[in-house]
Design a protein around this ligand. Structure first.
Ligand SMILES: [Zn+2]
Length: 330
């Protein structure tokens, strides 16, 4: 189920993300010792087509080839099988970032794997946990936290001046690890950008060299995820008028901007709303956000979008977008 190594596996620093399955064969946890024994935990490829983190880690490890790590590192390389096909997850798999302890999924191979990794890492008392992702739509870089405590917020604000606080979905790696160490998720825009790989490698190196996490007075913008917008499987959708639900691809450039009450969000040929919107308590709140105006689907209130995408695979396997509101913690 899981490989465990105490050194860098041969070939890892030369491998492409698509080659890891051939090289490693299964999810892999690598412990590397450094001067400070309390490890930094980094998670990569929980989603197989989000490769920025793997290349950033490869770059970081290459940088320390000839010298000691300032702090021990534990690296979890997750869905290598999906990475071989460059997809988020394979059809027979359950999402590797929804199956950590606290998950709503019943027990399965993926929950067993995440339980094992969590048990091992909990005992090692990590200095911090960093999980790195990409998105499919156009989004700025941002950090996500599950707790509004100073150490989690510092991990996020060291990465970007935009931070998102979320409690749903459940079973994410960051929410699980937040129970025993400061944890952050980095959302690094679209996969495959060399400049992003450099940026993430520098961030990881910064955290690796920190001796402590201190609360810093930062002026980062903080958003709270208030709802997740899904398209039911039975609804056929696209970006032209031939489908039951017509999505607006222009909204992909509107992530992290405010959409005003009454603005047009999508169009439909149906006479009911073709979305399911759940709030953080998993209540269906679709009617609080949208109303139908002829075939137009309009917003009932102001919202701020994130992760909006019109890519079918991302919508089917995850969601259409999240709605957020800005919050202040003084
Ligand atoms: Zn992801």
């Amino acid at each position: 189920m899981l490989n465990i190594y105490d050194s860098i596996p041969d070939g890892l620093l030369q491998a492409e993300a698509t080659e890891l399955y051939a090289l490693l064969g299964k999810p892999t946890l690598i412990h590397l010792s450094g001067e400070n024994p309390q490890p930094l935990f980094i998670c990569t490829l929980l989603h197989g087509n989000e490769t920025t983190s793997f290349y950033a880690i490869r770059q970081l490890l290459n940088q320390y080839k000839e010298k000691n790590l300032p702090r021990s590192l534990s690296i979890f390389i997750g869905n290598v099988e999906a990475a071989a096909s460059n997809v988020r997850r394979l059809d027979h798999q359950i999402d590797f970032n929804r199956t950590w302890p606290g998950t709503q999924h019943s027990s399965c191979a993926e929950t067993d794997l995440m339980n094992t990794v969590t048990d091992i890492m909990r005992k090692r008392k990590p200095f911090a946990s960093i999980d790195v992702h990409n998105n499919t739509g156009k989004n700025p870089y941002y950090g996500c936290v599950n707790l509004l405590n100073p150490h989690c917020l510092q991990l996020a604000s060291s990465f970007s001046d935009i931070t998102v606080y979320f409690t749903n979905p459940k079973g994410t790696q960051s929410s699980c690890f937040s129970d025993f160490c400061p944890a952050v998720v980095l959302e690094c825009g679209q996969s495959g950008e060399p400049a992003t790989i450099d940026f993430v490698a520098r961030y990881l190196d910064t955290i690796l060299n920190m001796t402590s996490l201190q609360a810093t007075g930062s002026d980062s913008r903080l958003y709270h995820t208030i709802a997740i917008v899904k398209v039911p499987d039975i609804i056929d959708f696209g970006t032209d008028d031939s489908t039951e639900l017509t999505l607006d691809s222009d909204l992909e450039s509107q992530n992290f901007t405010r959409l005003k009450t009454d603005s047009l969000f999508a169009r439909t040929r149906l006479d009911t709303l073709p979305f399911v919107i759940n709030n953080e308590s998993n209540e269906n709140v679709t009617d609080e956000f949208f109303y139908l105006d002829g075939g137009d689907i309009r917003l009932r209130r102001d919202v701020i979008l994130s992760m909006y995408t019109t890519r079918a695979e991302a919508i089917r396997q995850d969601c259409l977008c999240y709605f957020m509101e800005q919050i202040n913690i003084a």
